[in-house]
Design a binder for this molecule. Structure first.
Ligand code: NDP
Ligand code: AKG
Length: 488
């Protein structure tokens, strides 16, 4: 039976109007903790809706760009304040829509607010340099100018943080925005946009179009009115964003998958390494691009580490993220659950030893949710699929090694290069790891997951397009440099 108690319909936001899609068709957003509960309805938008949003963003470009950085910053400060007032509602929506626990959702909402405030401050910082000209009477300087309209395509795993870490820098550097959030996170995105409306952001500066990636996302990629494309999600879609952008000469930025290793050296602090593995690998049900998925353990500590990891993982409570005692929520949707279960089957078929989990929980209370048990494989080797492909679920692959050199070699032997971590007290190991590991985010005695909003974030190899987001790096993508030469 389907429960439709308080399901609200969310519209697109175009030119500061909440409007239906021209399709007059809706998509229902289900609670992954209970597939019978509809969280709300979103618009199943068309190419025409995207065209209208881009037109609005184009019209708003000049007025927004002409404001001072401080004035744009004031809007971001106001959005942050409105979000703070609606913190509880936004966090609860996030949990109901994509399943992460309320504790994590609250943390992410606070992080969104902090990102807004960080970029608000950017409005008062320098936008260029003065460079000595060869002519002593001339003034030569650089100035950063906005790209124009930023097309933003976001995933469901960080429904608040990722849209904000793309929209906030886009806006502060003077761009206008058309955003297409993932269907599973579109209601949370609509609530963020409501905060922007309440903060008085001018007409056309931010536009939201919800619906299917293959229609709405694809139109954003192809639209010649969109000057820059920023994307986070799968490698498959990322590749089509890149191809579409190159085909029409638009600037683009991609953040994609990871297969992040944690190396546990013989001299590691055992408790810290176990806790970091659990938190980095299983929080958010393993649905982070920075999640730990390969645990490479030196043989001297392997048995102790394995035992403690199994013991602590058995204590994890799986269930509806809205409940206080629950540590791990469901997978985001049925597709994702099936993907995770099929990787678990492949792991078994290819000869890895399933040491924990691997099934859907038997608790009848959980039968309508997309749950899977936290899962640990041992005897995993480099050639196995579960050691190479991104699973995006609560699955850890334990690999035993004799030396740190071998551990490093294994850590680098994947196509991804997003995040990597080592637990050791040996300073030589630390620096060797920092120097040699192929990853954009390198952690020593920290978990692989979690990024700081004031620091550049991005990956190497197939994990990104080489660009970086957040912190001061965001400026590189959302602006172009004008070199100005003035002679009296
Ligand atoms: N790096 C990361 O942070 C993330 C990685 N992933 C990886 O991707 C896998 C699949 O997840 P999934 O949600 O399907 O990721 P996708 O890459 O499909 O989705 C990311 C965003 O792209 C949109 N999109 C989908 N197809 C197109 C298209 N043809 N053109 C333009 N935009 C499009 C999606 O829309 P919509 O879904 O609404 O149709 C969503 O907004 C996961 O298992 C995981 O491995 C997933 C999410 C985040
Ligand atoms: O680890 C984080 O906090 C962010 C990770 C991320 O960007 C992602 O999973 O898409």
């Amino acid at each position: 039976m389907t429960v439709q108690t308080t399901a609200v319909t969310y519209q697109n936001f175009i030119n500061n109007q909440w409007v239906n899609s021209t399709s007059e068709d809706l998509i229902s957003s289900l609670n992954p903790a209970n597939r019978n509960e509809i969280v709300g309805y979103i618009q199943n938008s068309t190419e025409e809706d995207v065209d209208r949003a881009v037109e609005a963003a184009k019209k708003a470009k000049k007025g927004w760009r002409k404001l001072s950085g401080a004035e744009r910053g004031n809007y971001l400060y106001k959005i942050a304040s409105v979000m703070e007032e609606r913190h509880k509602e936004i966090a609860e929506t996030l949990t109901k829509e994509m399943g992460k626990t309320l504790l994590e959702a609250k943390g992410e909402t606070s992080r969104g607010i902090a990102i807004l405030r960080y970029f608000a401050g950017e409005g008062m910082r320098d936008t260029g340099d003065v460079i000595p000209a060869s002519d002593s009477k001339a003034l030569m300087y650089t100035n950063r100018v906005p790209l124009g309209v930023a097309g933003i395509i976001t995933p469901w795993n960080f429904p608040v943080a990722i849209p904000i870490w793309k929209m906030a820098p886009a806006l502060i550097y003077g761009n206008t925005v058309v955003i297409k959030p993932a269907q599973e996170a579109a209601i949370t995105a609509a609530k963020i946009i409501e905060c922007m409306e309440e903060a008085g952001v001018p007409e056309g500066v931010v536009n939201l179009v919800t619906g299917r990636g293959s229609i709405v996302g694809q139109r954003i990629i192809e639209h010649t009115g969109v000057n820059g494309l920023t994307f986070t999600g799968s490698n498959k879609v990322g590749k089509s964003v890149a191809e579409g952008a190159v085909a029409r000469g638009a600037k683009f930025q991609l953040e994609m998958g990871g297969k992040n290793p944690i190396i546990v050296a013989d001299d590691a602090d055992l408790e810290q390494a176990v806790e970091a593995t659990i938190s980095g690998g299983l929080r958010s049900t393993g649905q982070k691009c920075t999640a730990t998925s390969r645990v490479i353990v030196q043989e001297g500590i392997y048995e102790q580490f394995r035992e403690r990891l199994l013991e602590r993982t058995r204590e994890i409570t799986v269930g509806d993220g809205m409940k206080d005692h629950v540590w791990m929520g469901p997978c985001v949707n049925e597709n994702q659950l099936n993907t995770v279960l099929s990787y678990i089957e492949t792991g078994k078929e290819e000869g890895a030893t399933l040491s924990l989990g691997g099934e859907r929980p038997r608790d009848p209370e959980l039968e309508n949710g997309f749950y899977v048990e936290p899962t640990i494989f041992e005897d995993v080797n480099q050639d196995m699929t579960i050691a190479q492909e991104e699973i995006f679920g609560p699955v850890l692959a334990l690999m035993k090694v004799d030396t740190i050199e071998k551990a490093l070699e294994m850590a680098n032997d994947v196509t991804f290069g997003l995040s990597a971590s080592i637990f050791t007290k040996n300073i030589d190991n630390m620096f060797e790891f920092i120097d040699e590991v192929e990853a954009g985010l390198v952690r020593v005695n920290f978990e692989t997951a979690g990024v700081e909003l004031q620091a550049p974030f991005g990956g190497m190899k197939d994990s990104s397009s080489g660009s970086r987001e957040q912190g001061t790096a965001a400026k590189e993508f959302f602006t172009s440099i004008k070199t100005v030469y003035v002679k009296p």
